[in-house]
Design a protein around this ligand. Sequence first.
Ligand SMILES: NC(=O)c1ccc[n+]([C@@H]2O[C@H](COP(=O)([O-])OP(=O)(O)OC[C@H]3O[C@@H](n4cnc5c(N)ncnc54)[C@H](O)[C@@H]3O)[C@@H](O)[C@H]2O)c1
Length: 360
Amino acid sequence: MEIKYKPQMPVSPRPIVMIGAGGIVKGAHLPAYRKAGWKVYGIYDVQRDKAAELAATFGIRHIFDSLEQAARESPAGAVFDVAVPASKLIEVLRYLPDGAVVMMQKPMGENIDEAREILKLCREKRFIAAVNFQMRFIPAVVAAKNIIDAGFIGELHDMEIRMNIFHPWNLWEFLFHIPRMEMLYHSIHYMDLLRYFFGNPVKVYAKTLKHPKMMQLASTRSVILLDYDNIIKAHINTNHGHEFGMKYQDSFIKFEGTEGAIRTTLGLNINYPDGVDDTFEYCLLREGVPPEWTSVHIPESWFPDAFVGSMANLLCFAEGSTPVLINHVDSAFQTMQVVEAAYLSSDSGGTVIDYLDRPA
Ligand SMILES: NC(=O)c1ccc[n+]([C@@H]2O[C@H](COP(=O)([O-])OP(=O)(O)OC[C@H]3O[C@@H](n4cnc5c(N)ncnc54)[C@H](O)[C@@H]3O)[C@@H](O)[C@H]2O)c1
């Protein structure tokens, strides 16, 4: 079986303007664009020194002093790639020119009201806008999607996303003391991925919990089940506080179909941010033959290749070479609806048990 994992690339990539010069821009956006050979025209950050540092490292010629300047002096047709904390998205988007092509980092605001406001703004300003759910473009996920769409594993009915890792939350100061954390900033990717494969769930069951050693964070562990019907099992289990070495750290996505299964490990989350190698395996059932797993080496990885994929799709859509914007802001809004439902589920809780109800 041929494993296809590469995204369609644009014919005439537009120049990119970065808004935000933080960790993810340094570690993934700019390395991805350099790898793809795309021009980054300029960069702006409220902390000018951070923008200047990245401009020097990645050869970006224009450092803007304000958002107004970035919007005014960027070339016509530029893509604005916005990677700021979610609480700042609305104020940034307001400055961008009408009709702009925009990529914004997830989450799409800090709650559903902000997501609604962002969607409204995108429509009023006629943006071609996507939210960077780059996990849809992880080469191993692209490979899995192609295998599943081609029918090799039969009917997909079970997806499990498991993260048992030790996450250095201290890298993101803005995550501390906000009312929502794990599901909004991390598991949102996994909820979006389940939607990508199964579509919109009817209901969500969720519980998100604090960790006794990370009490300044709203929550760092979640169990989430997207409810479709009586057959599809789609769930997420995250624990970011597994401080017991590498031996039992886990970071995988499992897909089960009626005719086969796929399992991929996402090495980046293990021993983050150094990571370990990814793996990709599949198993196809054959009559009279014991099940056997085949390992495939996919030479590209999550960072930075997924960021090439998500931007490539936006660039292709903007130039008209693909009809589908995979991370369209309309789809992202539905992921935000799922996240909102997950918080409501977590807050309202499960079925209360009446322990006094027992035979006398
Ligand atoms: N898709 C992904 O996989 C992924 C991964 C990591 C982070 N993110 C998202 O990217 C965003 C940034 O994360 P990060 O890790 O780079 O955080 P960070 O704290 O390292 O960087 C954020 C940067 O935004 C700048 N900033 C704040 N307000 C601004 C404004 N109004 N205009 C311009 N710049 C502004 C800050 O000065 C800072 O440099 C977050 O929303 C986060 O959720 C997404």
